[in-house]
Design a protein around this ligand. Structure first.
Ligand SMILES: Nc1ncnc2c1ncn2[C@@H]1O[C@H](COP(=O)(O)OP(=O)(O)O)[C@@H](O)[C@H]1O
Ligand SMILES: [Mg+2]
Length: 504
């Protein structure tokens, strides 16, 4: 189950399929990004080439002379380049930072400090955007609107405001012209990283082309705030169906949910990792964090849709002791096979022996027959490898596990099998590793089994697992993931009925 797989798996797992939700699915629509002019692309590309030469030039020189360059050094240089470039490059750096299962801890760690590109938006532009979106003057739309934003990130700023009826709201406003800027950057990134990835023997770059396509897909959804509004309504409805009443999801305000401006109920609280502020509130965050993990698994297991960005900045302990989950712009959706796979993993961890066969079948379909062949193992042995990797994650306390191991890369599988083998240390040499990965990818392309396209749901799953790992270690170090067996049994046994369409 590599993180970049498309999966043609046919699973005969009727038991798992029984309890899938019925009723309408969450609908997300992508926008078409504008087509940038050639001269804008050329200008940005020239800048990118200059910055790349400055930041990466010295390392390329070493690599060309076959001198060792560590992935961490490359990552650090690339991160500086992304900071210099800003815009979509910042988003891209953050994406890499959230994917240690794809890039390894050292590389992802280096990207975690990617700066957000936060040039302030002049208030005049915010006002114009709001009035343009709803066709009314600001004074009629709001009785108050804070000029200073609560937060400003690369895509949008969020302002606190008050509706004419007195309700306090958070208003998210996309940066003016952001679609065009992102489109220019993406047009530059594709050829730039394609070139770097093919010409230079640097392992880190191998995954970039697929990841850029993934980023483009994600931005095409995030840049229409009506998707976020739809997701909030849908997940709020799901929380009601599942009786998860300690969770608070902001709701879009009727008549204020536009493509570029979105007003929603204000969630009053402090970020979940602000330990001091939470202590001052006198709230014990541990049960709330358990609820959050449970709710997340419930949505992924039962409906296949899940919040794709549950980092600490998006999770708050509210003043009335609930857990507020914000920022519904990135939502992962499993296809049916992946959803069943995910359920089978958990059913296996709960003791269903037959599940591991299905889990391996899925992994095999995802990675292609080349993997098993290159490891020289039988089906039985592959099933054992997969099981050994995944099962302990559910039973050992959060303080001791690495949740992201649930998503195995071909490299982790090789490392597991090759542990103790005299050839193994050699594989960790970055150059060798890149060559062997490249060869593996080529074989797969040639055999036509595995697409090089990006599986976003797997990527987002990996990302959430890393976040939960972090919260788990912080708040629930002695609790295993399957602490509440009966809750998971219930989730797996009964279909969740989503009877009505809670959105347009
Ligand atoms: N409904 C809300 N209530 C209160 N604060 C909010 C709300 N929505 C966003 N914010 C504040 O704005 C910040 C950025 O909003 P978010 O939706 O996370 O956007 P981004 O995609 O830029 O991270 C949040 O971290 C939070 O502080
Ligand atoms: Mg956020």
């Amino acid at each position: 189950m590599t993180a970049t797989a498309t999966v043609p798996a046919e699973l005969d797992a009727p038991a798992a399929a029984n309890a899938l939700s019925t009723g309408p699915k969450l609908v997300i629509r992508s926008i078409t990004l504008p087509t940038p002019t050639k001269s804008d692309v050329r200008r940005r590309l020239r800048q990118a080439v200059r910055v790349t030469a400055r930041r990466l030039g010295p390392l390329f020189g070493l690599a060309a002379r076959r001198q060792p360059v560590s992935n961490a050094e490359i990552a650090e240089a690339l991160r500086k380049m992304f900071d210099d470039m800003g815009g979509t490059f910042s988003k891209f750096g953050q994406l890499i930072g959230s994917a240690p299962s794809l890039f390894g801890d050292d590389v992802a760690g280096a990207f975690r400090s990617t700066l957000d590109d936060v040039v302030p938006i002049p208030f005049h532009d915010v006002k114009l955007a709001v009035e343009d979106e709803f066709g009314l003057p600001m004074s009629q739309l709001f009785s108050a609107f804070d000029e200073e934003p609560i937060a400003a990130a690369s895509l949008a700023a969020v302002h606190r405001a008050v509706l004419p009826d007195g309700r306090v709201v958070a208003v998210k406003v996309l940066r003016p012209g952001i679609e065009y800027k992102m489109a220019v950057d993406l047009a530059v990134m594709h050829p730039l990283f394609d070139f770097l990835g093919h010409q230079v023997a640097i392992g880190v770059l191998g995954e970039f082309p697929a990841l850029i396509s993934g980023l483009q897909e994600q931005l095409s959804e995030e840049l229409d705030l009506r998707n976020e509004a739809r997701s909030m309504r849908w997940f709020e409805h799901l929380c009601q169906v599942l009786e998860l009443d300690r969770l608070e999801i902001p709701l879009p305000i009727d008549g204020y949910a536009g493509k570029r401006v979105l007003a929603m109920t204000f969630v009053d609280g402090v970020p979940v990792d602000d330990v001091e502020a939470i202590a001052a509130q006198g709230v014990d965050p541990a049960p709330l964090v358990q609820d959050c993990v449970k709710a997340w698994f419930a949505s992924a297991l039962c409906t296949g849709a899940f919040h794709g960005d549950v980092h600490a900045g998006n999770v708050m302990i509210t003043t009335d002791g609930k857990l507020g989950v914000l920022d519904w712009g990135i939502v992962g959706r499993f296809d049916a096979d992946t959803q069943i796979f995910f359920r089978r993993v958990i059913e296996g961890a709960m003791g269903d022996e037959s599940a591991w066969v299905d889990v391996w079948k899925y992994a095999e379909a995802a990675s292609g027959p080349g993997l098993q062949e290159s490891l020289g193992l039988t089906d039985e042995q592959m099933i054992t490898v997969v099981r050994m990797q995944v099962e302990p994650i559910f039973h050992r306390p959060f303080g001791e596990v690495k949740l992201s191991d649930m998503i195995m890369t071909t490299e982790t599988m090789r490392d597991m099998v090759g542990a103790g083998d005299s050839d193994a240390p050699q594989r960790r040499n970055p150059y060798q590793r890149w060559r062997s990965e490249r060869q593996f990818r080529r074989d797969q392309r040639d055999s036509g089994v595995r697409e090089t396209s990006f599986d976003r749901s797997m990527f987002l799953l990996g990302k959430q697992l890393v976040y939960f790992e972090r919260y788990g270690r912080l708040f629930l170090p002695d609790t295993p993931l399957l602490w509440d067996r009966s809750a998971f049994e219930r989730l797996l046994a009964e279909p969740v009925v989503i009877a009505e369409v809670p959105f347009e």
